[in-house]
Design a protein around this ligand. Structure first.
Ligand SMILES: [Zn+2]
Length: 215
């Protein structure tokens, strides 16, 4: 490739964000895509279809994390990871999480269109249950992957209807064959939007974040 910057297709990125936002769309313009529900499955299936259309190899681990891999030129290089989460809060916004996944997809699509072969492989990630709003445990997929929580503990968590994480993974067909365990990576990039422009537009005073939730 030349040394010039290549551009993504902004319209294609927007259209895919809107297509993902149709899944679990709420009347006020947000989404309700609670983790490991049929709605989450529909979002995952659409994401998987987009990845496979690009020739990416999608693998799913035992906590449902999805990794869509594009090989690089040098098999000795560690992968570069891109991604975020497709699940949402009960009254979530359409960009929170989805932007990080679909922006990564747009990167994959752009380098595919330009016939670029990268040195290192690239893996696009959809982490399971970042939000924690169904089973009460945020960052569950990445936490199990990283060894912060045991898989047994995660599988045993239950929602208000008594459905366990393990059963919910089975029900939507996303308890994958690959062990959820960390692997070395060269870098990880995540675009993330948590808030919309409404408070700013209305001139409301807001706080500044000085810490993060740790469980
Ligand atoms: Zn988020």
């Amino acid at each position: 490739m030349s040394g010039t910057n290549q551009r993504i297709d902004g319209k294609r990125l927007w259209d895919s964000l809107m297509a993902m936002a149709e899944i679990g769309a709420t009347p006020k313009g947000g989404v309700k895509r609670l983790t490991l529900t049929d709605v989450d499955k529909a979002g995952r299936d659409r994401f998987r279809g987009w990845c496979e259309a690009l020739g990416l190899t999608v693998r799913v681990d035992s906590i449902g994390n999805m990794f869509a891999r594009r090989e690089g030129r040098d098999p000795a290089r560690l992968p570069v990871l891109l991604g975020s989460h497709l699940d949402s809060q009960p009254t979530g916004g359409k960009f929170d999480g989805a932007l990080g996944v679909i922006a990564g997809l747009e990167v994959m699509r752009s380098i595919h269109d330009l016939n670029i072969v990268t040195e290192a492989p690239i893996e696009l990630v959809n982490w399971t249950d970042e939000e924690g709003s169904r089973f009460g445990h945020s960052l569950m997929g990445s936490g199990v992957w990283a060894g912060i929580y045991t898989q047994e503990k995660a599988y045993g968590l239950r929602d208000v209807d008594g459905v366990s994480v393990g059963d919910a993974l089975d029900a939507i067909g996303y308890k994958g064959p690959h062990k959820a365990a960390p692997f070395p990576a060269d870098a990880y990039f995540e675009l993330h939007i948590e808030q919309g422009p409404i408070l700013e537009r209305e001139g409301k005073q807001i706080g500044v974040v000085t810490g993060a939730q740790v469980r």
